[in-house]
Design a protein. Structure first.
Length: 393
């Protein structure tokens, strides 16, 4: 056990990122079992280590970080390891990549029942369905999602400022005053292009080639988060990657599922399920018409975030596609997004009609449409700066 504590102390003491994620304040730390889900690359490991650093001294052996990649953990299992830790005074066990243990959900349940004084916080892939696919965890695990950096978080990190998030209602009702206050300190649009290109994933902070790192992460999302967790045979890996590429190349029109099925040599149902897996792994977002939902085909398929758009060759996305991707990804956390006909507008929460435009329009303010304006610092009426939607979390 001492070797695990040495590793824990080393990782926590050498933790370079000091940026505090928004999720840290949303978690109810009184729960005994907490699951942190998120896409690959958004900083789940760092988040666990920050929990240890913020709440415990490095010499306090009541808290321990482990990764299930460790062969000893894989051999004896999570439950047995947790028992050793617990009976030696352990209170908080931080488990990274819990899905690497084949029967992880059963073992977590066993820990919950056997060790009443032990709190477990674990990370897992966004593809995992903690309660739907693991009924033994119902009622005992509280699940949270860690996302990539919002534009607000990116700004705070780059400037050292501490802007707070705003709800959609706050932005809709008071965007002029909010933007005015922010502009007293910085000009957000000076940072916006950088964020769209490389601000979503925390590894932009590393002294490495961001595009290569992102490409590696995208491949791992498919190879591990989809194939391993969904138990798909390896022979279909190339097909899923090809599907992802074809969806990306298809532009902003509705995907032709029959054509994709024919080209890939699959059934329509299989293609739709693979698109759903790409969505769950946070590579794409499926946007439906108002009254449609899976397994119907989506009205549009967008890449999950704008950073991904710069990894495809020879595809060059136009600015409007990038802006729409940013807008949808920013709202995805807490809001429902639908496509409205062929108008290019989005229906948010089945109530508000939004359209992304480059410049302020000359339409009268009584228009029901709300415009997210790219080239805008301070909006007026129903015209809101596009960058301000990056302050939703």
């Amino acid at each position: 056990m001492e070797s695990f504590f040495r590793t824990h102390r080393y990782l926590v003491s050498h933790l370079q990122s000091t940026f505090r994620r928004y999720l840290m304040d949303e978690i109810d730390w009184n729960d005994r079992m907490i699951g942190i889900k998120g896409a690959r690359g958004v900083g789940k490991t760092t988040f666990l280590l920050q929990i240890a650093k913020e709440h415990f001294n490095t010499t306090d052996n009541s808290c321990l970080y482990i990764n299930t990649n460790n062969f000893y953990v894989q051999n004896i299992g999570i439950s047995s390891f947790a028992g050793e830790f617990y009976h030696n005074g352990g209170k908080i066990l931080l488990i990274d990549q819990v899905f690497k243990q084949p029967d992880w959900s059963h073992q977590l349940r066993e820990c919950y029942d056997k060790y009443p004084g032990l709190k477990i916080i674990f990370t897992g892939s966004s593809v995992m369905r903690l309660k739907e696919e693991n009924p033994e965890l119902n009622g005992i695990v509280k699940s949270y999602n860690l996302r990539g950096f919002s534009f607000r978080e990116f700004l705070n990190l780059k400037t050292g400022l501490n802007f707070r998030p705003y709800s959609l209602k706050e932005i809709m009702n008071g965007h002029n005053a909010i933007a005015t206050e922010i502009l007293r300190k910085i000009t957000p649009r000076d940072f916006f292009t950088d964020y769209l290109h490389h601000g979503f994933y925390p590894f932009f902070l590393e002294q490495k080639n961001y595009s290569e790192n992102l490409l590696k992460t995208m491949n791992m999302m498919i190879e591990v988060d989809i194939l391993l967790i969904k138990q798909i045979e390896l022979k279909y890996l190339a097909k899923i990657k090809q599907l992802f590429y074809l969806l990306t190349m298809s532009g902003n029109s509705a995907p032709n599922i029959s054509h994709l099925a024919q080209e890939l040599g699959m059934s329509r149902a299989t293609v739709m399920h693979y698109i759903k897996y790409l969505m769950e792994s946070r590579l794409v977002n499926m946007i439906y018409a108002k009254d449609d939902e899976f397994p119907k085909k989506p009205a549009r398929v967008l890449l999950h975030n704008s950073n991904l758009m710069y990894s495809f060759y020879p595809k060059r996305f136009d600015d409007h596609d990038v802006q729409e991707t940013f807008f949808c990804n920013s709202l995805w956390k807490d809001h429902k997004i639908n496509k409205i006909g062929n108008s290019g507008a989005f229906l948010i929460d089945r109530e508000y009609e939004y359209k992304i435009v480059e410049h302020s329009t000359k339409l009268k303010s009584k228009s029901k449409t709300i415009f997210a304006v790219n080239r805008c610092d301070i909006g007026e009426g129903n015209q809101i700066p596009l960058w301000l939607f990056g302050f939703l979390y």
